[in-house]
Design a protein around this ligand. Sequence first.
Ligand code: BEZ
Length: 246
Amino acid sequence: METLQQVQDVVSMPRIGDKAPSFKAVTTQGEIHFPEDYNGKWSILFSHPADFTPVCTSEFMTFAHLEDKFAKANCKLIGLSIDGLYSHIAWLRTIKDKIEFKGMKNIEVKFPLIEDISMEIAKKYGMIQPGESETQAVRAVFFVDPKGIIRAIIYYPLSLGRNFDELYRALIAMQTSDAFNVATPADWNPGDDVIISPAGSCGVAEERMTSTDELDCKDWFFCTKKLDKEEVLKNILKKPDLALNN
Ligand code: BEZ
């Protein structure tokens, strides 16, 4: 019979808007304190089911290949699985020495991979979803902002490799929302029109419909405006490095 604490451990799920649960961990790049070590930067904390498995291998190679691209957007990567440090090291060495995937080879994973044999961190972050597996983490992705707040969460099942274009798109879209105080519509990419938050009063609704400024309002609640791709990228990718510890 499971205790209440054990049940709570398994179903603990941080939510969007929560402070990212704090932890100290052993990783392939030394010890980290999360999210404290990442103050001033975005980070993506992601879990995978196990070392030496093919989908995970393809994902790690892709993330490692894209690490610089995420770094230019002020975003660090941190992986986690319920394996030990030596397994992680052996797997990453094998990836570098032997595995070729979609033209990528000799791929060195330089971002930290957390060992979590005790499942303590995986449970804290709701990465164990017993209907899928009681011993392997699902493919969870937590986007954490420079203040340590969880801004987006995506979960994939064990059998489904993630779409990295979407992870990057989501990161840039959230940074754009923050920088320009706008929202982003379906399938938005830099250069596409952005959404102005809906009018909160009758007066603003009327203004939106009658103003001739930069807004394009199809109705009082659906207004967009142009936002140059260059302006987005200049703001997102050339931000001064705000890192306190990294
Ligand atoms: C994989 O990474 O290939 C994998 C891991 C767990 C279950 C299914 C696939």
